[in-house]
Design a binder for this molecule. Structure first.
Ligand code: PGA
Ligand code: ZN
Length: 414
């Protein structure tokens, strides 16, 4: 049974404090879970407990040490559903605002990793249970805009998608060629200063318009020799350039309504090999997502802020056939059990799973293990740079090598 739960204030990749929860059983088995942090958060996400403008999580640490710890004593660490239920009931709010989604997710992950260790199992194997896990296709965010960068690009992430490869290793190393080729292009055109990287390891060259970024990436793919094997994608994170008062999207020097933005995406999908498009509209526009998905059958339109890893909103999306893909971010909902309910519901409806990091991460590789364990179709964990991103890629390389799992790219049809 669980003997001790302890919170520790640590720092994330943006230099902000976040929490790590250690858990120990009476047999002396120990592990930990970290809470990552987003910058472009959906309004329906679990609330993080932070004070002093986000500069301290001391109150969250106290909640772990004085409220969560005594409530979990004696419980079998392998009883993930029971542990999460206790957290959910103690919190008893819609959005984890009492205990904080940051304390509950760090505790929930700590329980899962401690349980895997108690059984002497790899974390991904413990999560997979009887299912046979696969290695996800990486979605590498190599140009950053929006809230993740200082340039004028409104689209938050410009992504490469290495699909046509037999192994994750080949896919990743081909993507690194494209990343390097992009770095060369940026150096040539804008100077070395602009090869400094943003929050998720992508470059943020001084671009202003969407097509400029797509051109740069497409050229880099061609220069590296991967046209037809490496595709393109975007996370628009459109809530962040939606003007609520005007009901318009402010992008590329224009104000567009939903229909005009939809037309814009249709032309981009014509001009570039785009297979992935996340949050193309603001987070309440279920119908616009559906319209775009029905017009772009070969693109995985994906909901992030739209669903916030919460089955309540996914049910609406299923009803309306809004998207072929869902972002899976455990900290958006606050527990592993709720995250798995979400992924199960998505799977049952043949919706693709895109497991994702946050822009503020720690070096823990949990999300990589989780993605493999649930056989996620894709994983988003940034550019192949910055330790908190590479820790996930390196874990995937290791898992593929040691356990000879299959790469999901082999099964992906456009
Ligand atoms: P966030 O961004 O972690 O800053 O919310 C990631 C995303 O929008 O996918
Ligand atoms: Zn997103």
């Amino acid at each position: 049974g669980i003997e001790k739960v302890r919170g520790l204030e640590i720092i994330d990749s943006r230099g902000n404090p976040t929490i790590r929860v250690f858990m120990k059983t009476s047999d002396g088995i120990e592990s930990f879970g970290d809470a990552p942090a987003g910058a472009s958060k959906g309004t329906r996400e679990a609330i993080e407990i932070r004070d002093d403008n986000g500069l301290t999580v001391k109150r969250a640490i106290d909640i772990v040490n004085y409220i969560i710890d005594p409530a979990l004593h004696g419980i079998d660490v392998r009883e993930q559903a029971i542990i999460d239920k206790i957290l959910i009931e103690m919190d008893s709010t819609e959005n984890k605002s009492r205990l904080g989604g940051n304390t509950t997710i760090a505790t929930s992950i700590a329980a899962l990793k401690t349980a895997a260790r108690s059984l002497d199992l790899e974390v991904f194997k413990y999560i997979a249970g009887p299912r046979s896990p696969k290695i996800p296709i990486p979605l590498l965010n190599i140009i950053n805009g929006g809230l993740h960068a200082g340039n004028k690009l409104k689209i938050q992430e410009f992504i490469i998608v290495p699909i046509k490869f037999n192994t994750f290793k080949e896919a990743l190393f081909a993507s690194i060629d494209v990343y390097r080729s992009l770095k060369g292009l940026i150096t040539e055109r804008y100077g070395k200063l602009y090869t400094a990287v943003g929050d998720e390891g992508g470059f943020s060259p001084p671009l202003e318009e969407t097509r400029e970024a797509l051109d740069l990436i497409y050229t880099s793919i061609k220069n590296a020799g991967y046209e037809g094997r490496i595709y393109m994608g975007m996370d628009a994170a459109a809530s962040d350039f939606f003007d609520n008062k005007k009901g318009k999207y402010v992008i590329d020097g224009k104000e567009l309504d939903g229909n005009q933005l939809l037309e814009f995406y249709l032309s981009l999908a014509n001009e570039y090999p785009i297979v992935y498009l996340e949050d193309p509209f603001e987070e309440n526009s279920f119908d616009k997502f559906s319209e775009l998905q029905s017009k772009l059958k070969n693109v995985v339109i994906t909901g992030d802020d739209l669903y916030t890893t919460n089955i309540r909103y996914l049910k609406i999306g299923i009803e309306k056939m809004s998207t072929k893909g869902v972002i899976v971010k455990p900290n958006q909902v606050g527990t592993i059990t709720e995250t798995m309910e979400f992924t199960d519901l998505a799977r049952r409806n043949s919706i693709k799973l895109i497991t994702s990091h946050r822009s503020g991460e720690t070096e823990d590789n949990f999300i990589a293990e989780f993605a493999v364990g649930i056989s996620s179709d894709f994983i988003k964990t940034g550019a192949p740079a910055r330790g908190e991103r590479t820790s996930k890629y390196n874990k995937l390389l290791e898992i593929e090598n040691r356990f000879e799992l299959e790469y999901n790219g082999k099964y992906f049809y456009l």
